[in-house]
Design a protein around this ligand. Structure first.
Ligand SMILES: Cc1cc2nc3c(=O)[nH]c(=O)nc-3n(C[C@H](O)[C@H](O)[C@H](O)COP(=O)(O)OP(=O)(O)OC[C@H]3O[C@@H](n4cnc5c(N)ncnc54)[C@H](O)[C@@H]3O)c2cc1C
Length: 312
């Protein structure tokens, strides 16, 4: 009760202009503070930032903690759109995303660990700009947009435009990610997402693929294919998307041939997680698996049916 009594919703600022810990309570205070101190570290769940201290021994002079800002933890749902405030944790996002598509539930179930999901936020996962972050490909495939606030100005852009190059995002100094808007699937749309890593839990993707198809009369009318781990940023496979459009789902050979365009879309690298050759092969395989499932092929593609997999 005494701790609760301290939650009186006012802004907190400890320190001075050159070195401080701030926990603003409103979006306005947060935005003004971030604008005045573009060199401050924005801290959300701390699952990345914590490592800068424990591994790199960094001294963070100015910290703006976003976890107390009213409204950044909101989850809103309309008939067509889901909105997550930037500070919604993965744990809270999980069931909401699972209701959008079971594969999203399974993906989130494999995000880090219980502890990381309890603390890590959806905004932090996007803002860190990682080319192997799990949410970005899934949300890009769904056509999501990112909302940002700088001082008194709010702007929204397609999430795929947020990632400019390795380590570079379209976020200006002093700008804060405030929300993610995610369109729900419409009639005739099918979605699949696959995370490929060495372990089930607590492992970062070697490749992550997320796919949204709009199917009309058995033909692929639109394909959005987004991948993590294939380039310096999470990115769409535009050449492959184009090659798939107009292809009949029943024509296995035609769509399998279209997937060869992935070679034009991506030149992945080899690193400690996977070789370039493996990444290219697995990206093609998971895209084919998605199409095989959506086409209703008889082949077994999963150990558990996807509708129950995320619960297990
Ligand atoms: C053990 C472990 C396992 C992990 N497993 C996975 C995994 O499976 N998949 C995966 O994708 N990631 C994984 N991660 C990475 C990390 O947990 C996620 O990226 C997480 O979503 C980051 O969110 P956060 O709130 O903790 O961010 P923080 O650590 O608080 O911040 C991360 C970065 O984003 C900036 N930032 C945070 N919020 C905002 C905002 N609203 N506006 C602007 N900038 C902001 C910070 O300044 C910082 O640069 C893992 C990390 C650990 C330590």
């Amino acid at each position: 009760m005494r701790l609760e009594a301290l939650q009186e919703g006012s802004d907190l600022f400890i320190g001075h202009e050159a070195r401080f810990f701030a926990a603003p309570a409103s979006i306005e205070t947060m935005a003004n503070l971030a604008l005045r101190h573009p060199d401050a570290t924005l801290l959300a769940g701390g699952t990345d930032v914590g490592l800068w201290i424990t591994k790199r021994l960094q001294d963070l002079g100015k910290i703006i903690w976003l976890g107390r800002v009213r409204g950044l933890d909101r989850i809103e749902e309309t008939e067509t759109t889901l909105t997550f405030g930037a500070c919604v944790t993965h744990e809270r996002a999980l069931p909401v995303l699972a209701s959008l598509d079971p594969d999203l539930g399974l993906l989130m179930r494999r995000f880090g660990s219980k502890q990381v999901r309890a603390s890590g936020t959806v905004g932090g996962n996007i803002a860190n700009g990682s080319p192997i972050g799990d949410l970005a490909p899934a949300l890009i495939a769904l056509g999501a947009s990112v909302e940002m606030r700088k001082g008194g100005l709010t702007r929204t852009m397609p999430l795929e435009n947020f990632f400019l190059a390795y380590g570079r995002q379209a976020r200006e100094p002093g700008e804060v990610v405030t929300a993610l808007h995610i369109p729900k699937l419409k009639a005739g749309m099918a979605f699949r997402a696959f995370k490929i890593s060495k372990r089930f839990d607590e492992d970062i993707s070697a490749v992550m693929g997320a796919f949204r198809f709009r199917v009309e009369g058995g033909t692929i009318a639109e394909a959005r294919l987004a991948y993590g781990g294939m380039a310096g940023v999470p990115a769409r496979a535009k050449a492959t998307e184009q090659a798939l459009e107009g292809v009949s789902l029943a024509d296995t050979h035609a769509w399998a041939a279209a997937l060869s365009h992935l070679e034009a879309d991506f030149q992945p690298i080899s690193d400690m997680r996977a070789s370039a050759g493996y990444r290219a092969k697995v990206a093609r395989a998971i895209t084919g698996k998605a199409l095989l499932e959506i086409a209703g092929g008889a082949a077994e593609t999963r150990i558990h049916p996807r509708e129950v997999a995320h619960a297990g």
